[in-house]
Ligand binder design. Structure first.
Ligand code: ZN
Length: 189
């Protein structure tokens, strides 16, 4: 199993205001299935296609797409993955063709869902186990490494305490975290 950042997410702020937000896009290749976690902003299409192409892949090669939640900066390029089955949590009110991603749902062998609410009610993280490493692709349950370092919940949240509980659960589980809007990092807490 390989976990490959296809695009590192970003966020641009002007004091409190968010000017531009684009999610991380991550490829998990289990050898059997190819999974994309979050599909970025709709303007990221070219970058995603180029990044896949550099690895000998096209969007049609992707079997599964998981959206950590359905804010537009995390599902903007869903439509390019025309052959994939889609997963999201029911709490996000996904379109009818989506499959349910609940706590413990296995989307592929060694790749499972953790329900990590707080940013939104239906926020999920994808847990991929390979060797002694446990990767967590967490969306906005942990938007950036700063949230992790200061143990601050995402600024946009439906419940601060719930968001913090989800962060702790992720940190207890994962050795490597891919945040919603920044580069991957290893946990040391
Ligand atoms: Zn969000």
């Amino acid at each position: 199993m390989r976990v490959i950042p296809i695009k590192i997410g970003s966020i641009l702020r002007d004091d409190e205001r968010i000017l531009d937000a684009r999610s991380s896009v991550t490829l998990i290749d289990t050898g059997e299935k190819r999974i994309i976690v979050d599909t970025g902003h709709q303007g990221d299409r070219g970058v995603i296609v180029d990044s896949l192409s550099a690895r000998g892949l096209t969007p049609e090669d992707i079997d599964v797409v998981v959206n950590t939640h359905l804010h537009l900066d995390h599902c903007g390029c869903n439509l390019i993955f025309s052959e994939a089955v889609f997963y999201a949590h029911q709490g996000e009110n996904p379109p009818i063709h989506f499959r349910r991603a609940d706590e413990g749902t296995e989307v592929a062998s060694g790749v499972s869902i953790m329900h990590t609410p707080g940013h939104t009610a239906g926020s999920i993280s994808v847990i991929a186990r390979t060797g002694s490493s446990v990767y967590a692709i967490v969306g906005d349950a942990i938007p950036t490494i700063e949230n992790y370092e200061t143990m601050s919940p995402p600024r946009i949240n439906i419940d601060e305490r719930l968001a913090l509980e989800s962060m702790k659960r992720i940190i207890d589980t994962a050795s490597h975290i891919i945040p919603g809007h920044g580069a991957p990092f290893e946990t040391t807490l």
